[in-house]
Design a binder for this molecule. Structure first.
Ligand code: SAM
Ligand code: SF4
Length: 394
């Protein structure tokens, strides 16, 4: 049977670097055309290995794909279609910063087969956008959104953030209302994370951040507001109108396979996880000198069956559906409750988890502290796990 795969292409260029962001990108675009050619060469290299696969999700992220010149972007898209079997019904998303996309670029993307846009709006309040060092106002973001609609996009996602310096519960409510009025099909809502080695981390003491209780109330009320307005909270940070969940990201959370190409891109394919270094120049070098992919490989390991179990728990619990205990036992040959019972009892009693039918899932409160819950669950009774893991790995 032919397998399906997702494709991720990383575009590591941005017009300006936001002070909170740790995604791999640079503002010097002098290498952008050679990088695009390298990406195309890389797709050619993989075309034979995946010739029996069908791609049903494509995702160009970054960085900011729309910061590339129109021709460069279209060349990369051509490269996808010439090297891979892409299903006619494939979801094809491109990430877009409002300051980088005009109607002509958006129309060209649509004509080239892109059918989903993810626009980084972040907030409807210009003081918060300034605090985030974004290079657009809210009005400009709305113009981009409207230009996308005019370019015929009928599947648009908007990124929003909470926990922004100077943001209040009231200003977040205003942002949510303004976004819901635009009526996008999908909304991602991320809590601001202070990433190490970013200007925000260097100046963390001076940032006027909302306190922790306020931040939790922001998350709680945002989830309630979005659900009330027809957006299903299907993953910790993601909300969709019926049938508009992001199929590509669902691949990640469902432990399905994807190929990621480009500097810093990650792949999960054939039971192996691997990634490429965060370095544009060496990426180009390696691809221009055929046969030296090993030089740009960063991580590369086979996922052992026991690790697969841990990844499954970590990723599936991000989803509102959570973990179906019957499906879990069929997959791993061991009862979910036998393995995690101690945690399930405590977290259920304290309102962080719930059991519905055969499934365990995180409650809203649990989703907010999911990192903590998952780290305790996956660091569980080493002895019991060790014995089971040895069995699984045989
Ligand atoms: C690659 S960017 C999206 C596209 C485009 N580069 C832009 O910023 O408009 C992905 C998203 O990640 C989120 N993000 C990046 N860094 C973050 C951080 N430190 N904390 C929370 N969200 C973050 C932002 O909402 C951003 O829109
Ligand atoms: S948030 Fe987007 S535009 Fe800002 S630096 Fe990160 S990738 Fe670039």
């Amino acid at each position: 049977m032919n397998k399906t795969l997702g494709l991720y292409l990383h575009i590591p260029f941005c017009r300006s670097k936001c002070a909170y962001c740790d995604f791999y990108s640079v503002i010097d675009d002098s290498l952008s055309e050679r990088y695009a050619d390298a990406l195309i060469l890389h797709m050619e290299d993989y075309s034979n290995a995946v010739k029996n696969h069908y791609f049903d999700t494509l995702y160009m992220g970054g960085g900011t794909p729309t910061s590339l010149k129109k021709k460069t972007l279209l060349d990369i898209i051509d490269g996808i279609y010439s090297n891979f079997n892409v299903l006619q019904t494939a979801e094809f998303t491109v990430e877009c910063n409002p300051a980088t996309a005009d109607r002509a670029l958006l129309s060209a993307l649509y004509k080239a087969g892109v059918n989903r846009l993810s626009i980084g709006v972040q907030s409807a309040c210009d003081n918060e956008l300034r605090n985030l060092t974004r290079i657009h106002t809210f009005d400009e973001a709305v113009e981009t959104y409207q230009a996308a609609r005019k370019a015929k996009f009928d599947n648009i996602s908007i990124d929003l953030m909470y926990g922004i310096p100077e943001q209040t519960e009231r200003s977040l409510a205003l942002s949510l209302q303004s976004i819901v009025e635009l009526d996008p099909e999908h909304i991602s809502l991320y809590g601001l994370k202070i990433e190490p080695n970013t200007p925000f981390a260097d100046n963390a003491d001076r940032l006027l951040l909302p306190d922790e209780d306020t931040e939790y109330r922001m998350y709680e009320t945002a989830v309630q507001y979005l659900e009330l307005h027809g957006y299903r909270h299907y993953e910790i940070s993601n909300f969709a109108k019926p049938g508009r969940e992001c199929a590509h990201n669902l691949r990640y959370w469902m432990c399905e396979e994807y190929l990621g190409l480009g500097a810093s891109a990650h792949s999960y394919s054939g039971g192996r996880r691997f990634s490429f270094k965060r370095d544009i120049a060496s990426y180009i070098d390696a691809l221009e000198n055929v046969g030296s992919e090993t030089e740009i490989i960063d991580e590369d390991y086979d996922v052992l069956p026991s690790e697969r179990l841990g990844e499954y728990v970590m990723l599936r619990l991000r989803l509102a559906e959570g973990i179906d205990t019957v499906e879990f036992e069929r997959r791993f040959g061991i009862q979910f409750e036998r393995l995690f019972g101690k945690y399930l009892d405590v977290y259920t009693e304290n309102g962080f988890m719930q059991k519905r039918g055969n499934s365990y899932s995180l409650t809203l409160k649990g989703m907010y502290v999911s990192n903590y819950i998952l780290s305790t669950m996956l660091d569980f009774d080493e002895k019991a796990y060790g014995a089971i893991a040895t069995g699984l790995d045989k």
